[in-house]
Design a binder for this molecule. Structure first.
Ligand code: NIG
Ligand code: FE
Length: 430
């Protein structure tokens, strides 16, 4: 007798499961061993995957209320995006053009500070409307879970406002909220960094009510290693999980501090030292890297304007060879990485880092879910996981990455329910 279930997806030309060979993030050489089931199928009941295998086997075993024939299509897990600066006012496109054209500064305070001003000037409704548009963009491109940071307030009331707005968002994309009061030192404290560090530490109790995770930027343009360590210690006292922006514009051992502190992620790593990398590879911390930011900045990295871009191929090679757990993310923000697409992120990763399609898919699915802290539920098509998946407009996983500039996600599903089709969100009432 056939078992009755809710949904059977079958005949996928390629069913890319991203199932890891062993527990934990996929590392080193294993990144090239991507599980793909030809003519694959999976069964879903109550929004959860209950079986994965060949179409012949699953079609004979189950009778489904709904069947999806994915002939000629690639089916993959949906993406997790573990590092975004979702809620902000303004857009820094004029500043970017001026830098690209090597024109004089625009007479505005650029970078993060410009976004802080634009965020303060925006109403709650404007911020939420914009954040929803960005989330829609992510969803139609196959992302169903993201991390979202505050960090464009940098005072107690403005940081809490951003965390409260994040908590109020109702959207099918699952949002995990992070307190980033320690993004950089705000203008008013430029001459008195200590005052701001005390202010951030004082914000932590209230921020903890609204977020489980605290991010601290340890970088030449943000906080020093010593300041960062104090902020880490304070965040730990408040039982925050940790994320660290580290070593984006120069090496100051932020990566090592993060790994030693047991952070969930350490993000950027552009100038990571061998010592820090060794600490990372012996830790459970996931290193999150951002090809869209690398591409968008090239020789315009803050504080390093005009210098030669780094050798991204040698850098990525070193990171992967170290055996550290790594993940891809958009780093969505209005200045240095205005990118919402994990498809584009994989494309840039393959080209800029010279990594395989298989590696990019692992880094954007199962490893990104680890970086988001939700790999028990998402990131692969495996028994027991939530049925978040994408049916693609192409048959092979390499085509998704090879294509430039088109969203190839035909249908996006959350817990077995369709939420987007052909670039449009479908209202589910949830
Ligand atoms: O790329 N330390 C900051 N780095 C941020 C930049 C955000 C922005 O430029 O607005 C990042 O993650
Ligand atoms: Fe960031």
């Amino acid at each position: 007798m056939q078992e009755r279930i809710d949904l059977l997806v079958h005949n996928a030309t390629e069913l890319l499961t991203a199932k890891p060979a062993s527990n934990g993030p996929v590392r080193g050489n294993e990144l090239d061993q991507l599980e793909i089931i030809p003519n694959g199928a999976f069964a879903v009941n109550n929004g959860t995957i209950i079986a994965v295998g060949s179409s012949d086997e699953l079609l004979s075993r189950y009778q489904a209320k709904r069947e999806i024939d994915a002939s000629g299509r690639l089916v993959s897990p949906a993406f997790s995006d573990p590092h975004t600066h979702l809620i902000h006012g303004g857009s820094r496109h004029l500043e970017w053009q001026a830098k690209v054209l090597e024109q004089p500064a625009l007479g505005i305070d650029g970078g993060i500070r410009s976004t802080i001003n634009a965020t303060a000037a925006a109403s709650d409704t404007e911020l939420l409307t914009h954040a929803t548009e960005i989330l829609d963009d992510m969803l139609i491109a196959g992302t169903t879970a993201i991390e979202a940071k505050s960090g464009y307030g940098l005072s107690e009331s403005s940081e809490l406002r951003l965390l409260q707005l994040a908590a109020s968002i109702k959207h099918p994309v699952k949002l995990s909220s992070t307190f980033l009061g320690a993004h950089t030192v705000p203008e008013r404290h430029r001459e008195n960094r200590e005052a701001y560090i005390s202010e951030v530490i004082a914000m932590m109790a209230a921020a903890r009510e609204l977020s489980d995770t605290c991010d601290i930027a340890i970088d030449p343009i943000s906080f020093t290693a010593e300041e960062g360590q104090r902020l880490i210690d304070a965040a730990k006292l408040h039982n925050f999980e940790l994320r660290v922006h580290a070593d984006q514009t120069g090496d100051i051992s932020g990566t090592e501090l993060a790994a030693k502190a047991g952070a969930l992620t350490v993000d950027h790593l552009d100038f990571v030292s061998d010592e820090s990398l060794a600490a990372l590879s012996h830790s459970t911390t996931v290193g999150v890297i951002f090809p869209a930011a690398n591409m968008h900045l090239l020789d315009m990295t803050p504080g390093r304007e005009g210098k030669q871009p780094r050798d991204l191929v040698a850098w990525a090679d070193r990171l992967i060879a170290s055996g550290a757990a790594l993940a891809l993310s958009t780093d969505y923000n209005p200045g240095t990485a205005p990118c919402t697409s994990m498809q584009m992120t994989m494309q840039l990763a393959c080209r800029l880092y010279r990594i395989s399609y298989a590696s990019a898919w692992h880094l954007a699915t199962i490893n990104a879910a680890h970086a988001l802290g939700n790999a028990a539920e998402r990131g692969s098509i495996e028994v027991g996981k939530v049925a978040d998946f994408v049916i693609w407009n192409v048959a092979e996983h390499g085509q998704v990455i090879h294509r430039i500039g088109s969203n190839l996600a035909a249908e996006v599903y959350i817990a077995g329910t369709i939420v987007a089709r052909d670039g449009r969100r479908i209202e589910t009432g949830k």
